[in-house]
Design a protein around this ligand. Sequence first.
Ligand SMILES: C[S@@+](CC[C@H](N)C(=O)[O-])C[C@H]1O[C@@H](n2cnc3c(N)ncnc32)[C@H](O)[C@@H]1O
Length: 210
Amino acid sequence: MAHEDAHQDTRGFWEQFYAEREQVWSGRPNVVLVEEVEGLAPGTALDLGCGEGADAIWLASRGWRVVAADISQAALDRAAAHAAAVGVDGRISWARHDFSRSIPPGRYDLVSAHFLHSPVDDPRDAALRAAAEAVAPAGTLLVVSHEAVPWHEHMDFPTPAEVLDSLEIDPAEWMVEQLTSRPRRTTAPDGGEVDVSDSVVRLRRSSPAS
Ligand SMILES: C[S@@+](CC[C@H](N)C(=O)[O-])C[C@H]1O[C@@H](n2cnc3c(N)ncnc32)[C@H](O)[C@@H]1O
């Protein structure tokens, strides 16, 4: 498939995904984001695959200045409306990117990618390598992925070690702060309560003096 066709397919898939329902996600920030970031001093943050913006809005409400990016304009518009409704729109820039081509430029104190999975033309590995590049010295990279999800039984999700490997980082430059499988209880698409497991990879980039 030509590159432009692949881009249109991926974008079309996600635009339709968001257009089909008024709200897809819960509107609450991801549990692991809150657990892992609560103790960090606010700075600049990049949220890759921000969807409807709940993580970016939570970060902004905690004092972070956020760039939040996604391929879907419908998701970004919805996210921006939520941010304006809760009064944090001045702290968030929304950016449309197809991560197979680009991510927002710059260096950030926190780069967060939660559930950056796609059934079409998955940009994940290249995007996560670019995400690591975008972390400022002494900054944090937080990658949270599905690991075991009952309603996606047929899909092959990476273990925390596989996520770490895919980043291709220089171990001399990074400290591994979390490399864990974290179980949680959630609501399945059919409304039932189920156990899932998230893979959590949190890394800290060394500062020039360290
Ligand atoms: C499973 S959702 C997760 C959304 C959000 N991070 C959350 O935790 O609720 C994956 C998100 O990645 C975005 N995405 C998928 N492929 C992309 C690509 N090639 N470039 C940019 N964003 C992409 C989708 O539009 C979607 O919002």
